[in-house]
Design a protein. Structure first.
Length: 114
């Protein structure tokens, strides 16, 4: 495993692509669960029930979060396909491999994400 900060190697790219695909599937599963929870609450007329507000808010948050992450993952996979993955979309500098391993879908380096 390399600790460099430049462009990811072919092996690292393959590992990161596999991780992105796994994360995408996990988030698609979260989307299905959140949609089902909201559908169940709606069907049972519980969406407006104050005692169910926490459950509906949680499902809404999960829906929004998973949708956002899937969009970022799709963007990362597209950058990979174009040969642009691992380069900050704001400053153009290489994103350290450590950051890519922690958040493989983020398009920016740590400095630009602040």
């Amino acid at each position: 495993m390399s600790i460099h900060t430049g462009t990811p190697s072919e092996q690292e790219l393959a590992e990161l692509r596999a991780e992105l695909l796994r994360l995408r599937q996990d988030n698609e599963d979260d989307l299905r669960r959140a949609r089902q929870a909201l559908e169940d609450l709606t069907e049972n007329r519980l969406l407006v029930d104050p005692s169910m507000r926490e459950e509906s808010t949680s499902a809404e948050y999960l829906l929004e979060d998973a949708t956002t992450i899937i969009g970022k993952i799709d963007g990362a996979l597209a950058r990979m396909d174009r040969g642009e993955y691992g380069t900050c979309t704001r400053c153009g500098n290489p994103i350290p491999i450590g950051r890519l391993r922690v958040r493989p879908y983020e398009p920016t380096c740590v400095a630009c994400s602040s």
